[in-house]
Design a protein around this ligand. Structure first.
Ligand code: CA
Length: 249
């Protein structure tokens, strides 16, 4: 159980979904894992709850009455008190997910319905592990000792792991969490080919069967942000049938 593992207060998860059966199912399994679950079927109420209760994670369905999940996601990201809460999107259609990624709403993860609850729970756990790790990494000491040595700079691209920033020719680019992790991994291993499976494993970090095309989609968006000509990438090379490589100049 999470609370036992860390010895801290149980993590609070806000589930935003209007289908009661799904809410009940998710709630049951998350509570069994030791998480505290709040839920609502309304996007507006979700925004209010997120501000008042500061949940540690929001699980957000796209299809909601009145205000849809995309709008809720956008507003959470724009809110000062809610901008850094991890968000996991639920969607009934793969096409919707392409939209989610395309809109760059900054969701941290997503699942296509129907999903396995076991997988959902595994991903929730993985998300918390990742964020806890990051929190530890950004402690003052770590920041002071590591800031200088960890900066990665190749060609025009500079990546600041502690500040979570990327610049191209000195200009800052806004990357989603996943894009940032992908780029960091590729730059750390510049000149080496990284397979899609390895990237999935390291960036998404859970052992589930998920489509390796997810990697391709994220690489596509990443290229649009850092390459001057995304169709002829200079930095992130495709190694056909294998994976990707960051060019070592
Ligand atoms: Ca729904």
């Amino acid at each position: 159980m999470d609370s036992k593992e860390t010895g801290s207060a149980p993590k609070r998860i806000l589930v935003v979904e209007d289908e009661e059966d799904i809410v009940r199912l998710i709630t049951f399994h998350l509570e069994k894992e030791g998480y505290r679950v709040l839920s609502t079927g309304s996007g507006r109420e979700a925004l209010q709850l997120a501000r008042q209760q500061s949940p540690n994670l929001v699980i957000l369905d796209i299809m909601l009455p009145e205000m849809d999940g995309l709008e809720v996601c956008r507003r959470l990201r724009a809110g000062k008190d809610t901008e850094s809460i991890p968000i996991m999107i639920l969607s009934a259609k793969k096409e919707e997910l392409d939209r989610v990624l395309g809109l760059e709403l900054g969701a941290d993860d997503y699942m296509v319905k129907p999903f396995s609850v076991r997988e959902l729970v595994a991903r929730v756990r993985a998300t918390f592990r990742r964020f806890d790790r990051e929190e530890n990494n950004t402690s003052k000491e770590a920041r002071e000792t590591e800031l200088k040595e960890k900066v990665l700079s190749l060609g025009c691209i500079t990546l600041y792991p502690e500040r979570h920033q990327v610049t191209v020719n000195g200009e800052q680019r806004t990357l989603t969490h996943k894009e940032f992790l992908l780029l960091e991994l590729l730059m750390q291993n510049a000149g080496k080919v990284l397979t899609r499976d390895l990237l999935l494993d390291k960036v998404w970090g859970y052992e589930v069967e998920i489509d390796t095309r997810t990697v391709d989609v994220h690489i596509r968006y990443l290229r649009q942000k850092i390459e001057s000509d995304p169709t002829f990438p200079r930095y992130i090379e495709t190694v056909r049938g294998v994976g990707y490589k960051f060019a070592k100049e």
